[in-house]
Design a protein around this ligand. Structure first.
Ligand code: GLU
Length: 522
């Protein structure tokens, strides 16, 4: 039988990293086994339904490279793929009738007030809170008929059998057992006739021929109810796997407190889809060896349900940053330039940086935005220069957004001068002479070092020879006193890419303008 898995989100809001991980595991598992990856919208809870959520899910997942083989947008032979539409099509009716006929479910007519009262009494008596039969589990057919005739609203509850042990083989947790006496009778069909998750999901998994269910750990405690439901219908259980919870660095379940976790926000912040996927996969999963930096194909090859760990997976943003930097460095520069430009040109990127709040010790978000825009404008005028900038900063940045400010000095005529760097290096006695020396050679028709120079393209070697030439001429044993003031003059700061490389990228005209400006500051 071919593998069929489904990602079954409830469309209630945004796509966060936890759901991304579940969707990714589905995808990796399906692709590994040449199977089918299905998107099913579990939208039966109309009170929590959010009409924008479905496109948020589909678009975010597609953006990071997860496409479904079947789904509301992709079609397929097992539709409809929205549970509300499945309900409207009457797909659940036969199974509701069947479970009633089998006596494995019953109608319960309690009002919300009665249920509340029941819970209060249970709490006061320190009893287990939940519906363990109430007034209706054992009601006579006459009582039920009477309530129905009186038009009382009701829900249909699952009749959890008493005095049994339900056992499940979980691929990562081993054998797990539950005593049925500790399980309450869940609602299967709500008063408005809508099935709940418990019912719709089990019926749909069956009708859609799902072989493996990969879902969040929050559903582990519902598993025995689901197994009992499957047993009632005589359906074999799919393999059910519960992904470990994701915790923040404080060991607590990942939530808003830990900062933004929306997938598209990470993308807008400048994380590469590949890095995000790689990172999310490693939260609670391991390929079984030391590898961390992996491509989608490598993850597909290495993926197995057994590689998941039952213990909580840690969301360590530093690992995401490391992976992102590693992937940026591994990219072919022209591919990276294209990725960077399409990143900048996405409206969501600009919106993110326009709306982001200023964080302590972080550059101003609008400064980041403006620097990125300046980069894109420069790239239109001078693609070769933009490519040089990418090549040089590729070694140093962590995110795509970092390219803006890291490369800013390349883009403006008058880079901001770091006052500390200026007072440290521009006060040295030889610096005036150094700048004059450099200016003379940069403007001379023929260069005295390294042979004739093509002024449009002073090569890295030529620039190195220029700097070394000064040091040798003037008897400097170390290059530091030459390199540092030159770097500050050209970039305004003391850190950045290699000096000879950045000089070559700037080219003679920009170097001349900047050295003249620096001279004026002496
Ligand atoms: N709708 C459920 C959720 O969003 C799906 C759980 C499952 O995959 O079975 O958590």
């Amino acid at each position: 039988m071919s593998v069929r898995v489904r990602f079954a989100p409830s469309p209630t809001g945004l796509l966060h990293v936890g759901a991304l991980r579940t969707a990714l595991f589905d995808h990796l598992f399906a692709k590994k086994h040449g199977g089918v990856d299905i998107l099913r919208l579990e939208d039966t809870d109309r009170s929590r339904f959010n009409p924008d959520s479905e496109s948020e899910f589909i678009e975010s997942l597609s953006f990071v490279g997860i496409e479904f083989d079947e789904g509301p947008h992709a079609g397929g032979n097992f539709g409809p793929y929205r549970q509300s539409e499945r309900k409207a099509a009457g797909l659940y009716e036969p199974w509701i009738a069947k479970i009633m006929e089998l006596g494995a479910a019953y109608k319960a007519f309690e009002t919300p007030e009665e249920l509340e009262e029941m819970r209060n009494v249970q709490s006061a008596n320190k009893a287990q809170v939940g519906y363990y039969g109430g007034a209706w589990r054992d009601a006579t057919p006459e009582q039920v008929a009477e309530a129905e005739a009186a038009g009382m609203p009701y829900v249909i509850r699952q009749r959890i059998p008493r005095n049994r042990t339900v056992t499940m083989q979980d691929p990562i947790r081993g054998s797990i057992s539950w005593e049925t006496n500790l399980l309450d009778d869940p609602v299967l069909i709500k008063a408005d006739g809508m099935p709940t998750y418990h019912f719709a999901s089990m019926v749909d998994d069956r009708l859609m021929e799902i072989t493996h269910v990969i879902r969040g750990e929050e559903w582990l405690s519902s598993a025995p109810k689901h197994l009992l439901l499957l047993e009632t219908f005589g359906w074999p259980a799919p393999v059910i796997l519960h992904c470990p919870v994701i915790v923040g660095n404080d060991g607590k379940k990942l939530s808003k407190r830990h900062g933004a976790t929306r997938v598209l926000d990470y993308i807008a912040e400048g994380y590469l889809p590949d890095a995000l996927l790689n990172f999310v996969a490693l939260i609670g999963w391991s390929p079984g060896d030391e590898r961390e930096d992996m491509t989608m194909d490598e993850m597909i090859q290495a993926f197995s349900l057994e590689g998941l760990q039952p213990s909580p997976g840690r969301f360590d943003i530093e690992k995401l940053r490391w992976l992102n930097g590693a992937k940026i460095r591994a990219m072919e520069p022209s591919v990276l330039l294209a990725a960077l430009l399409s990143y900048i040109n996405r409206p969501a990127t600009m919106q993110f940086w326009s709306e982001k709040e200023q964080e302590e010790n972080q550059p101003s978000p609008t400064a980041v935005r403006d620097a990125l825009l300046l980069f894109a404008r420069t790239a239109i005028r001078d693609r070769a220069y933009a490519l040089d900038i990418v090549k040089l900063e590729q070694e140093r940045v962590t995110t795509l957004a970092d390219f803006g400010l890291a490369g800013h000095f390349f883009l403006v005529d008058e880079p901001e001068m770091d006052p500390k760097a200026v007072s440290k290096w521009f006060t040295q006695p030889h610096v005036g002479e150094l700048f004059n020396y450099l200016l003379e050679r940069l403007t001379a028709p023929r260069a005295p070092v390294g042979g004739p120079v093509d002024y449009e393209h002073a090569s890295v070697e030529w620039c190195e020879a220029l700097i070394r030439g000064y040091a040798e001429d003037k008897g400097f044993e170390k290059l530091g006193p030459v390199v540092h003031p030159t770097r500050v003059a050209l970039t305004g700061k003391t850190t950045g890419p290699g000096l000879f490389e950045l000089m070559a990228a700037l080219g003679p005209d920009r170097m001349v303008a900047r050295l003249q400006r620096a001279k004026a500051l002496l």
